[in-house]
Design a protein around this ligand. Structure first.
Ligand code: 2AM
Length: 637
């Protein structure tokens, strides 16, 4: 959006008759769903006139115009590399950038601004909650007053949800000290009304049945394709990469032809999953909606909500395509469900779970109980048919795309992306917990192979024919601009995905006659004969790049001791230091807990050892490399 088309916060609040505006800086949708919950909480419990807003649409240079009887709330995620989320970049530049325009108005231009702030971060990464911290710091420096504490949610420690709930209560209490809030009965305040439309058929062309956007509904799949409008792409190939009967790792080639989508090597693919049929059916049954699954419903928001599912839709489509019903429900949703329990015993049990943190963690979060399983267990199979649907729609996060590092090179395949994904299935409390998106991809493979065990077919957006909604997200994870620059890549497991892309990129350059610099890849997996991804392609890379490609492996389960990529960095200290001295860039990718931090330490030890400097000095070198973006970490697989 251009500067001119950005909205003015104070006039927009006036127009919407709002006294509290909640901005979310969101990448994966969590911050957005927290903002929505906060808005409903503020309306429901305190009679605040809240609105939820995307900072990308607003001009923060005139934040000074917001009156002192209004409240501005920020719910801000920090991305893996400490940057603002894409939708919060103009907020960051206006408030915490190098020369905020606000400063032209005086040294304390925000004296009348009252704000609350919560950050979503991950303490296992550098730059923990950097975004919330720097916005908080900048606002205070500009004269604004914070109400309540700076909230810091920690996804790394797995306490994000509880951190949010604890912050929220304290923040409301602090707000009550500075504002007259009307405590209301939350039961009667919902963000929207839901109306059944018996005259509309589920097959009507105006009813959303899985498509994510209006254009597809109209039958014209025109771009631009983006996070609001995914492209329904053809999957041209899905193959298994593991040689293990128990675990799956899929390689997908996805065709972008016919779309306006393009990508650069290092970008991310967003894949839009759908919920599996057994879980959809379980929830419809638990809510007593099985007979009405194809009934058309319309949603009418009572106040601006950016996260509403498309409307009109059907009960089945709502739960299959638009709400994330497979994740654990939040504790405050469970607490809000208690009055609607089917009997007194289940009401008491729901209230207990909703109010006791430790019980909730033990019985819901840790065993990955989803909402339907919880309702079944607590209600002992009796239907919960009194739950108002608006409560579920505002309390369950929207189903969001999942992001994967693209594992193909745009130079080699400009119109085709590859994705590499381990199918997540781990034993939890005596059953297998299935990751949503990766099992959806497995279902897609099984459907194309002709033996589906994962009944997910939706009314229109079926697995048959191997179609997948996707869009592309730009990333800053890029090969050095100079093809001669050495690169060191560390990618255990599917962390190797972007490095397959990097290697194929330089192979493609080489085949076109360009000289390319040395590449050193550290790859780790369990055993050579089990999960060694792309082994044949690394042979091909060696044939193409010769001495210029060096692969160092770490097989963690072949010997008596665990061997990890960080250990192998120490074993090859001379080579690593040699490449670093030649200006080599370092890239780390992968999800293995603590791996990125261990790799950072290993690189610092190499520098200390080979250059005869102290470890703290060497750690300083690594920090400087990160600041200069010649050492990059990607948290995606
Ligand atoms: P493990 O499962 O045997 O512990 C890809 O998942 C590879 O990453 C596996 O070999 C896995 O080993 C390894 N891995 C697990 N935790 C790691 C860590 N903290 N650092 C580096 N590698 C790790």
């Amino acid at each position: 959006m251009s500067e001119d088309s950005l909205m003015d916060i104070s006039s927009e609040m006036e127009m919407l008759d709002a006294d509290c505006i909640i901005f979310y800086g969101s990448e994966t949708g969590t911050a957005e769903s927290y903002a929505t919950r906060l808005a409903a909480d503020g309306r429901g419990r305190f009679g605040l006139r809240t609105v939820v807003a995307n900072p990308a649409d607003y001009n923060f240079d005139r934040l000074d115009k917001v009156a002192s009887d209004k409240t501005v709330v920020f719910v801000l995620a920090t991305t893996g590399d400490g940057e603002p989320t894409e939708n919060a970049t103009n907020l960051f530049d206006s408030v915490a950038g190098e020369a905020p325009a606000l400063l032209r108005l005086g040294s304390s231009p925000l004296q009348s601004l009252q704000f609350m702030i919560f950050g979503l971060g991950d303490s296992t990464h550098d730059h923990y909650n950097a975004m919330a911290r720097s916005i908080n710091h900048a606002l205070v420096r500009l004269g604004a007053t914070r109400i309540g504490e700076l909230g810091e949610g920690d996804d790394g420690e797995g306490t994000l949800e509880e951190d949010f709930l604890a912050w929220k209560e304290k923040a409301w209490a602090a707000l009550e000290h500075v504002r007259v809030l009307r405590r209301t009965n939350p039961k009667h305040v919902y963000a929207l009304d839901v109306v059944e439309q018996p005259c509309l058929s589920k097959d009507s062309s105006t009813v959303y049945a899985g498509e994510h956007n209006e254009q597809q509904l109209k039958g014209c799949t025109s771009g631009p394709f983006d996070s609001q409008n995914p492209f329904i792409a053809q999957v041209s190939e899905i193959r298994e990469l593991f040689q293990s009967p128990e675990r799956n790792c899929l390689h997908l080639d996805i065709d972008l032809a016919g779309s306006d989508l393009s990508y650069h090597t290092g970008d991310h693919a967003a894949i839009w999953p759908m919920n599996p049929d057994p879980e959809v059916v379980r929830l419809l049954n638990a809510l007593g909606l099985a007979d009405k699954q194809d009934t058309v419903i319309e949603m009418h928001p009572r106040w601006p909500m950016p996260t509403l599912p498309p409307s009109p839709t059907t009960y089945a489509a709502l739960f299959r395509h638009y709400l994330d019903i497979c994740g654990a429900p939040s504790r405050d949703l469970v607490a809000a469900l208690a009055p609607f329990a089917p009997d007194a015993t289940s009401r008491a049990e729901t209230a207990r779970l909703g109010s006791r943190k430790a019980d909730f963690a033990a019985q819901v979060t840790r065993p990955h109980m989803n909402l339907a399983r919880l309702l079944d267990a607590v209600g002992r199979g009796r239907p919960w048919d009194k739950i108002p649907l608006p409560l579920l729609i505002q309390g369950i996060p929207r189903l969001r795309p999942r992001y994967y590092s693209i594992s193909s090179s745009s130079l080699e395949h400009p119109w085709r992306i590859s994705v590499t994904a381990v199918v997540e299935a781990r034993p939890v409390s005596g059953r297998l917990f299935h990751g949503l998106a990766t099992n959806y991809l497995l279902a897609l493979k099984q459907a194309t192979d002709g033996h589906s065990t994962y009944r997910v077919a939706g009314p229109r957006n079926s697995l048959q024919g191997g179609k997948l909604p996707v869009h592309i997200r730009t990333s800053s994870f890029r090969l050095p601009a100079d093809p001669l620059c050495p690169v060191i890549m560390v990618g255990p497991g599917t962390g190797v995905a972007p490095f397959r892309a990097f290697i194929r990129e330089r192979m493609a350059l080489r085949l076109r006659g360009t000289q390319v610099g040395p590449m050193m890849l550290f790859f780790g997996c369990r055993r050579r004969g089990e999960d060694f991804l792309y082994e044949d392609e690394f042979d091909e890379a060696r044939r193409c790049l010769g001495e210029g490609f060096r692969l160092v492996t770490a097989f963690s389960r072949e010997g008596p001791d665990k061997v990890y990529v960080q250990h192998r960095i120490g074993d090859t200290a001379g080579e690593v230091d040699g490449l670093l001295r030649r200006g080599g860039h370092v890239y780390v990718c992968g999800e293995a807990g603590g791996m990125a931090r261990e790799v950072g330490r290993a690189v610092a030890r190499v520098i200390a050892e080979r250059r005869g400097v102290s470890l703290p000095e060497a750690e300083g070198v690594v920090r400087d490399m990160k600041a200069a973006k010649v050492y990059q970490v990607c948290a995606l697989r």
